[in-house]
Design a protein around this ligand. Structure first.
Ligand code: PRT
Ligand code: ZN
Length: 297
């Protein structure tokens, strides 16, 4: 809704590790889309919000220039570009989204001479994240050479291009397959919802805020359970202590049964059968657990 647009744009990775989870989250936030013929665009059918499908590396730039108001991108990409971009106004991360978890890690060849990070002094380290690595090396006061590689970083040591690498790791299988092991973690990352730093009109700001609240609601609803039960009033303190509760439970009176109450409590996903059996032992009846689909704080 910069440059005269009357629809909001959200930038999402077109095809990669974050694509499916990003679109799934937007759907859970209540957005319905129709794909454009060129598949570069998803047209929002129930709100004036469209999705732009792009390479993840392009997302911070689109936000900074104001071509999109929101984006979903790995914190690793965001922070790398923020550090590399110097004075450019950085997009603001709004919410951690709970998917795309990985870490940017330093790894070295198995059985080699590098045992601690101090051993990296004077050596070459290959990475696709030169700004994050340089920043970490500075903080650790290690003087090493950063070699930029844009793919297949894990084979750099075998090719003699570098002594160590700094790359994203999730399961660790790629490192193991290349006879490498982790020496240190440079950063932890996950997908984040990011907003453009460009000033927006009132309508766009309102819509950004509304979507942010819906996405936060979809995230906090995930895994939430509503527990309902009836119990003797005297059992309430013991029952409340037992619950993996997110907030204070609501307690209601029951018609014609002054000694009993009905209770509702929002709990997290750890509420299991053992909890229910324990509740029953404490005097609870009619115990019911419902999945929470949406929540608006
Ligand atoms: O085409 P485009 O530029 O959009 O995609 P891309 O190839 O740059 O990105 P993509 O889809 O690979 O990753 C997108 C984002 O997912 C990253 O920026 C991270 O925020 C996040 N992510 C989570 C990961 C991983 N896990 C991950 N394991 N990104 C990459 N990897 C790679 C890693 O680089 C290594 O090659 O997977 C390999 C290691 O995996 P493990 O499981 O063997 O450790
Ligand atoms: Zn990329």
């Amino acid at each position: 809704m910069n440059d005269g647009r009357d629809r909001l744009r959200i930038a999402v990775q077109k095809s990669g590790r974050l694509s499916e989870a990003s679109l799934d989250l937007l759907r859970r936030a209540g957005l319905a889309f129709r794909a454009s013929r060129d598949k570069l665009f998803l047209y929002g059918e129930n709100l004036p919000v469209d999705v732009l499908l792009v390479r993840d590396d392009d997302i911070p730039g689109l936000l900074v220039e104001g071509s999109c108001e929101l984006g979903i991108v790995g914190r690793n990409v965001l922070d790398e570009q923020r550090l590399a971009g110097g004075a450019a106004p950085a997009p603001a991360a709004l919410i951690d989204l709970g998917f795309g978890h990985c870490r940017l890690a330093l790894a070295v060849p198995d059985g080699g001479p590098i045992g601690t990070i101090a051993d990296l002094a004077g050596l070459r380290i290959a990475t696709s994240y030169p700004a994050l690595l340089a920043d970490w090396l500075r903080a650790q006061r290690i003087d090493a050479e950063v070699v930029l590689l844009n793919g297949s970083v894990e084979i750099a040591p075998r090719l003699g291009k570098a002594h160590a690498i700094c790359d994203l790791v999730s399961s660790g299988a790629t490192l193991a397959a290349n006879q490498l092991h982790e020496l240190a973690t440079v950063m932890h990352s996950e997908a984040v919802l990011v907003a453009s730093p460009r000033p927006r009109g009132a309508a766009a700001s309102q819509l950004v805020e509304r979507l942010g609240a819906r996405i936060a609601g979809a995230l906090s609803g995930a895994g939430a359970r509503l527990l309902m039960l009836q119990a003797p009033r005297t059992a309430l303190p013991a029952i409340t202590r037992l619950l993996p509760s997110r907030e204070a439970p609501s307690v209601l009176g029951l018609d014609g049964r002054p000694d009993d109450v009905a209770m509702q409590a929002l709990c997290n996903a750890s509420l299991d059968w053992q909890h229910l059996e324990e509740l029953k032992r404490l005097g609870a009846r009619g115990v019911m657990v419902l999945n929470v689909e949406r929540m608006l704080a």
